[in-house]
Design a protein around this ligand. Structure first.
Ligand code: F6P
Length: 321
């Protein structure tokens, strides 16, 4: 049976570019003569039946805005069989036969579970953590990286002026991607990520050598997943004698107007998601692999782990002289 009605939702942590993806889903759907509905507040809103029709105008002027105009949530109820059944009923009430979800791994898990109940679904990766396999980049990562390097540039000014050490904590949950890439692009001295072990004594020798060569600042980027921000700072201060300050970048990394890269990625993924639904596909995630948009089974995505490339970690260390 030909698909006639689809819905779109954003779920989990927001990330810059989600609005461009919503816009692409709505406009591509309408282009293909589909009726497109929006679900507010992610899976929580779906359970509560917060579903309304969209048109081309409803997504006008949203692409440059951070966050998600559809709002988002992290729903515990949706993880239960009862929650999933209610969600499905709400969609069926509107005769919606396809759903596009935009979010991170929790969102994709929920999407897979809904497909198992017979709904046609496609997921779009959006998370600043960049922890999803089968896509080189998730929506929001590039903007978050730009935000982090802007912060590092600014902190460097104070670090140099005061000859202080700075420990900058970067988001990413269990992933060190954002920390590693911002460390390379921000030209920092040390990057600490959960995927690769480190030795504080070796780090202190490296930092001392840097100062002896005439370095005026020292920045350590630490991924939140390492969970040792205070400990590292204390080590630098007590054991090595640096005057040290901590900056936790926090939620400012999730906001802001999306970069051109994120807008383009979101536009391509949003359009592709609708096209895959129209081809009758389900339980897949669309992603950027090389420079192509490809769809991968959610089961594959959810059972693999994205790895950090050791050569990039080595590069960070070689360049930080
Ligand atoms: O997944 C995005 C993210 O910002 C992580 O980097 C962070 O660990 C987490 O979400 C914070 O979650 P919450 O928005 O629930 O505080």
């Amino acid at each position: 049976m030909k698909m006639k009605k689809i819905a779109v939702l954003t779920s989990g942590g927001d990330s810059p570019g989600m609005n461009a993806a919503i816009r692409a889903v709505v406009r591509t759907g309408i282009f293909h003569n589909l009726e497109v509905f929006a679900v507010e507040r992610g899976f929580a809103g779906l359970i509560e039946g917060q579903i309304s029709p969209m048109n081309q105008v409803s997504v006008g002027g949203i692409m440059q805005r951070g966050g998600t105009v559809l709002k988002t949530s992290r729903s515990e109820k949706f993880k239960t069989k009862e929650g999933l059944d209610i969600a499905l009923q709400k969609l069926r009430k509107f005769d919606i036969d396809g759903l596009v979800t935009i979010g991170g791994d929790g969102t994709l898990r929920g999407t897979r579970d809904l497909s198992a109940l017979g709904l046609k679904t496609i997921g779009i990766p959006a998370t600043i953590d960049n922890d999803l396999p089968k896509t080189d980049m998730a929506i929001g990562v590039d903007t978050a990286l730009n935000t982090v390097i802007d912060a590092i540039d600014k902190i460097k000014d104070t670090a140099s002026s005061h000859q202080r050490a700075f420990v900058v904590e970067v988001m990413g949950r269990n992933s060190g991607y954002l920390a590693l890439m911002s460390g390379i692009a921000g030209g920092v001295e040390i990057v600490l990520i959960p995927e690769i072990s480190y030795n504080l004594q070796e780090i202190s020798i490296k930092l001392k050598e840097g100062y002896q060569r005439g370095k005026t600042h020292c920045i350590i980027v630490i991924a939140e997943g390492v969970g040792k921000t205070n400990e590292v700072s204390k080590y630098l201060e007590d054991k090595i004698g640096y005057e040290t300050r901590i900056t936790i970048l926090g939620y400012l990394q999730r906001g802001g107007s999306p970069s051109a890269f994120d807008r383009l990625l979101a536009s391509r993924l949003g359009a592709a998601a609708v096209e895959h639904l129209l081809k009758g596909e389900t339980s897949k995630m669309v992603g950027l692999i090389g420079n192509k948009i490809e769809a991968t089974d959610l089961e594959v995505v959810l059972n693999q782990q994205k790895t950090i490339k050791q050569n990039l970690y080595n590069l960070a260390s070689v360049l930080a002289k």
